[in-house]
Write a protein that binds this ligand. Structure first.
Ligand code: GLY
Length: 369
């Protein structure tokens, strides 16, 4: 373990020992930190797709520090998320992110049996979104019955977990069908990936690509690239399927070609050169995916690239001061600002930074598997 990574994780732990208490006092789920305060999600209340990253962050810090405050704080928000099962209308394919990282993480760390049942419940909700025409439906609007998105590759982890946990192959079969469709329809020749593809919900035929959170139709939104990289790596680890591994390698090599000299990550790899638009969440997610890919392939270049990304974040964009609540700066939710945050601290950036540091320190409990 390199001392600088351990020192950074210790600084993270100390900062959240102070600032997470303020979230607990208000009984909120922090979404981002701005002007020295916590801000909750801009849409859909506690059902917003990012809710699981706060408990995941708390559980990561608990695994590292064993400070019981972090377990308690993770569980406070886990309980809020479980209440969201009743809203149904706002929950979408991101129940993978929301519940594997909250209830699933609690179960993994503590063996809490109710958390296990809640995670299986979430897996059933995700499987209920499967269209037998060949994909998992992303969102709920009646205009989007055929929409699937690259981000869902991360949510498949919940299905792989559920098959192992329940000894029932249905979940994994659905995950494999969705991953096969994604491999065929989203991944381009050069290893870049599309964000949103619309299918005919009756036949499963590909209809068209839609612009998503990146710069333009057909561009390469960096967080989408990172979701694809890490998602296919996890699918390869979960199944042993060499095609998923080859896909992860192709996306990873393309991502590595776009790492900036300072280690930070542009919001879109096709954005105009004169635009300084960063998304450090993409860099943190990719660093985690690259380290897992190094684990699967023994290719040291992936570890070197992951270190470049983490070093860039720590050297230029980590705020451990008391002036703010969170740590990772210059996170951008969407290239064309959708109100969810641009060049600011966003909680899931902090989560993936913590996961990356924990991997480098050998303390990551690996909530995705
Ligand atoms: N899953 C949506 C996003 O990455 O912003």
């Amino acid at each position: 373990m390199q001392d600088s990574y351990k020192a950074a994780l210790e600084q993270m732990t100390e900062k959240f020992q102070r600032t997470a208490r303020l979230a607990a006092e208000e009984n909120i789920i922090p979404y981002k930190s701005e002007h020295g305060t916590w801000v909750t999600s801009p849409y859909d209340g506690n059902s917003w797709w990012t809710g699981g990253f706060w408990p995941a962050l708390m559980f990561q810090l608990y695994a590292f520090s064993r400070d019981p405050f972090f377990l308690e704080e993770g569980r406070r928000v886990e309980a809020l998320l479980v209440e969201e099962f009743r809203t149904y209308q706002y929950l979408n394919h991101d129940v993978g992110f929301m519940y594997l990282l909250s209830c699933g993480a609690d179960y993994k760390l503590t063996g809490n049996t109710q958390s296990r049942l809640d995670t299986l419940h979430a897996a059933s909700l995700l499987m209920g979104r499967f269209n037998p025409a060949g994909f998992i439906r992303a969102w709920n609007s009646p205009q989007q019955t055929g929409f699937a998105i690259i981000d869902c590759m991360m949510n498949l982890s919940l299905l792989f977990w559920a098959s192992r946990e329940s000894q029932d192959p249905r979940f994994e079969k659905v995950a494999r069908i969705h991953a096969d469709t994604t491999m065929r329809e989203f991944v381009r020749e050069d290893g870049s990936v599309s964000h949103i593809i619309e299918f005919d919900p009756e036949s499963g035929k590909r209809m068209k690509e839609h612009p998503g959170q990146g710069y333009a139709l057909g561009s390469s939104w960096s967080r989408g690239q990172a979701w694809g990289l890490y998602g296919f790596t996890l699918a390869a680890r979960n199944t042993g399927n060499p095609e998923y591994l080859a896909t992860a390698l192709s996306i990873a090599r393309n991502f590595c070609r776009h790492i900036r000299p300072d280690g930070l990550t542009d919001c879109d790899f096709c954005q105009p050169k004169e635009e300084e638009r960063l998304d450090n969440i993409a860099g943190a997610v990719a660093a985690c995916g690259l380290m897992e890919l190094r684990f699967l392939t023994s290719e040291d270049a992936f570890m070197d690239a992951a270190r470049t990304l983490v070093d860039g974040l720590l050297d230029h964009c980590a705020d451990f001061s008391d002036a703010s609540m969170g740590i990772l700066t210059h996170c951008t939710a969407s290239y064309h600002d959708d109100g969810a945050g641009r060049h600011t601290n966003i909680t899931y950036g902090d989560y993936f930074l913590a996961e990356a540091l924990a991997k480098l320190c050998g303390t990551d409990p690996m909530f995705w598997i």
